[in-house]
Design a protein. Sequence first.
Length: 200
Amino acid sequence: MQEANSPRRSNRERTEATRAALLDAARKLFVEKSYAETGTPEIVAAAGVTRGALYHHFADKQALLRAVVEAESQAVADEIDRAAPEALSARDALVRGGETFLEAMAVPGRTRLLLLDGPAVLGRAAMDEIDARHANSTLKIGLEAAMQAGDLSALPLDALAAQLGAMFDRAALAIEAGSPPEDHRKVLAAVIDALVAAKS
């Protein structure tokens, strides 16, 4: 029975390895050269696979970018989840989550992929859909928990998450451009504290 299943496992492993190689190669090239300046021949050469393998996994270069962006967005959300344990107060969890977002976005190339090339190529609606599954979802959960705990006023959740998320994105872009991260962390904490103070 085990022998009959091993080729299937082997095929699955090869498929996953090929997809991972394409994603890794594409991410590296998109960051180094930009999405627009990267061609699919370069991607398949860097990944060590055939052009047919690329189109077996992804419809086109844009679909490959979307997969890269999805993976990056998931990585940011995972880092935020790990950094805000349940033992923290709702206020502290929001501040720590925001700080972790800025730290996660400092990974080389991530700001370009998620805040520049992603929106430019995939469009705002697609990026909002991806963000809603990842970082924006963690922000909404944190805000909702703070409201339920009585730490924040009962504000419209989607609007609050959208506006705070935009603030975090602008901070990440500013830090990428050389602005001191500590300045943005202070503003982040001040905004959260102002929302908390408005409730009390």
